[in-house]
Design a protein around this ligand. Structure first.
Ligand code: ZN
Length: 392
């Protein structure tokens, strides 16, 4: 079945059956496997597996790897693995004032990575810079097959139009369509937090998990959710916007006029403002704030503790709604977590239903390039889905 949103774009992968796609995804996530393991994993008959294996091999999508050293009896079987350089992907994270670009192989390994300053937020200026940078990558690497774009806000891979971007002040911008037309590549857009969630789902701390959540903390707070092995986008790409959930009724004000919402406590900008005001230190930096917190400064301890309570409230709420197997925490402010573990735990457990065991929380180390890597994973997922056509 050709997806309707392809708009005549060349899909630079051969047509795959849905079972071939699943076999490929399984190998990407779990690594090399013997044919017998693959058949067991996908619940396929020997005949089906032979057909799928042959198709993947003929299209150079898989390679026969090393003999299986773990096998103790019988003739040693060969392990099959994905040819991760069959196609390459580009991921771009669009921020205010800059964009970060990564080129990766099919297992999201960085091949190139750089940052580009954006001279303005004007739609045409951003589009021109984006197209120019993508074309430079295509010129450097003829295996590039798809590009993924990630940015904050309610965007969805099901639409080629960016409906709303608060930080760029965009409305109804057909950026994806223009990227496709001008670069000839398959293009897709996804919310930045969900793109990061996709990378964790296939290649990161939640590889192989069917149900988990990722909460990101930084200037903003976001939540990506995987339920039953599917990344949840929601209507119009609006899922996971947990920044304005209430924490207390009489807290500080956020920019939307709420008192005591998650953002008002947990946004790094807000935390610096609260501590900076109370200490008369308008120059306070994020690292300076954490340092004061570690040394026990009472004002900063309180600001951090309130942020921990807000984060615990988010985790408890997500836990109650979706029962994830674990919650990952990442993002620019992730160094906050070790300082407020107790507050997070207390707030999360206060919300959780008594019949449900506490959700394990895991901190994922973060660097800014992870955003672009996430966008590249979205590009890969979109490409694989677009490659599924009726071939069986
Ligand atoms: Zn708010």
């Amino acid at each position: 079945v050709v997806e309707s949103d392809l708009n005549g774009q060349t899909v630079r992968l051969p047509a795959l059956s849905e079972s071939s796609r699943q076999a490929l995804v399984g190998l990407l996530i779990h690594g090399p496997a013997s044919r017998a393991d693959l058949a067991r994993r996908l619940r396929l008959s020997g005949t089906s597996l032979t057909r799928i294996s042959r198709a993947l091999e003929e299209e150079n999508l898989t390679l026969d790897g090393t003999p299986n050293s773990e096998q103790r009896v019988g003739r040693p079987s060969q392990l099959v693995d994905v040819n991760v350089d069959r196609v390459h992907l580009i991921g771009v994270k669009l921020s205010s004032g800059s964009m970060n670009l990564a080129r990766t192989d099919m297992r999201a390994k960085f091949l190139a990575e750089r940052s580009v300053t954006l001279p303005s937020h004007d739609v045409q200026v951003v589009t021109d810079v984006l197209v120019r940078e993508i074309q430079a990558e295509i010129a450097a690497d003829d295996k590039v097959a798809a590009v993924g774009l990630s940015l904050a806000g309610p965007v969805s891979p099901r639409s080629e139009i960016i409906r709303l971007s608060p930080f760029l002040q965009w409305q109804q911008v057909p950026l994806v369509r223009e990227m496709q037309q001008r670069t000839g590549l398959l293009a897709v857009v996804e919310n930045d937090v969900r793109a990061l969630t996709a990378a964790e789902h296939w290649f990161g701390a939640a590889a192989g998990s069917t149900d988990f959540a990722l909460v990101t903390i930084g200037i903003g707070t976001g939540c990506g959710l995987v339920v039953d092995d599917q990344l949840v986008d929601g209507m119009g790409g609006g899922s996971g916007q947990i920044g304005h959930l209430p924490v207390t009724p009489n807290g500080p004000l956020c920019e939307r006029g709420h008192r005591g919402c998650v953002r008002s406590y947990l946004s790094s900008t807000m935390m610096l403002r609260h501590a900076g005001d109370a200490l008369a230190r308008p120059d306070l930096t994020w690292d300076g704030l954490l340092e004061l917190g570690r040394s026990g400064d009472p004002v900063v301890r309180r600001v951090l503790a309130d942020a921990g309570t807000a984060l615990g409230t988010v985790i408890g709420t997500v836990g109650a709604l979706a029962a994830p197997s674990k919650v990952l925490i990442s993002g620019e402010s992730v160094d906050l977590v070790p300082l407020v573990r107790n507050e997070i735990q207390t707030a999360a457990e206060a919300i959780q239903h008594w019949t449900v065991p506490p959700v394990p929380i895991e901190v994922v180390p973060f660097t800014f390039t992870e955003w672009a890597r996430g966008a590249a994973v979205i590009a890969l997922q979109h490409l694989l889905r677009a490659s599924v056509r009726k071939v069986d």
